[in-house]
Ligand binder design. Structure first.
Ligand SMILES: [Zn+2]
Length: 222
């Protein structure tokens, strides 16, 4: 593969963005999607509706933030770059403004262990990062703090972000985060959910497998 990524790799970024829309976890030109390639990553461009995207419009960005090509990279490229730099296992990053995750993020409410599937993000809860202006280094550092030991978090007054080994796995995780946010809000609407204790969550986390392990080998429930 050339450093800028081949056409198939670029198309896979578009396909994932389109799937996110058809699955109802993103809309319009919101959010951004990327995958790691040699020397950097391929990311969706800024402000172009995903339905109209062509492979050549996907932007290659190196780890110093230099973009290659005629199109402007997503304004949130820094979050993606910082995840790839911090987390060696990250092969793909997805950031979306999915409705329920965003609603919780607007309440600045992390998702506690109200359901054992919260462990899918890697720990006993899913944190909510402090608010900072989109596209800034401040937002990125707030995100990295919220991602410590996790592969997903909410972003205050903004949305959610997650990473995984591949685009498909990251998309599955983003869908799960949105489902958990929706279930948590539904439970909160009628009462105060019972929170699973730390010892039990640690058992669940151990059953899900070590952080970074391939999901195919993880003992995920039906
Ligand atoms: Zn955003």
């Amino acid at each position: 593969m050339s450093p800028a990524g081949d056409r198939q790799a670029r198309q896979s970024v578009i396909d994932t963005a389109l799937k996110a829309i058809s699955l109802g976890i993103n809309h319009g030109a919101a959010g951004n999607f990327s995958r790691r390639v040699e020397g950097g990553f391929l990311i969706t461009p800024s402000g172009i509706a995903y339905e109209r995207l062509r492979p050549e419009q996907i932007v290659f960005v190196d780890f110093d933030g230099n973009a290659e090509g005629a199109w402007l990279q997503s304004s949130e490229w820094r979050m993606h770059r910082d995840i790839y730099s911090r987390h060696e296992a990250a092969g793909a990053v997805i950031h979306v403004h999915s409705t329920h995750a965003t609603a919780l993020a607007c309440l600045r409410r992390p998702i506690p262990a109200f359901h054992y599937m919260v462990a899918v993000a890697g720990g006993r809860d899913i944190r909510c990062a402090d608010y900072a202006t989109f596209g800034t280094a401040e937002l990125s550092s707030a995100m990295l703090a919220a991602l410590d030991g996790r592969r997903a978090c909410l972003l205050g007054n903004h949305g959610q972000v997650c990473f995984h080994d591949s685009l498909d796995e990251a998309l599955t995780l983003a869908i799960e985060i949105e489902a958990l946010a929706s279930q948590y809000l539904a439970a909160l609407a009628v009462g105060e959910p019972v929170i699973i204790d730390d010892a039990e969550m640690d058992r669940v986390i151990a059953k899900f497998g070590d952080y970074g392990r391939q999901p195919a080998a993880v003992d995920l429930p039906e």
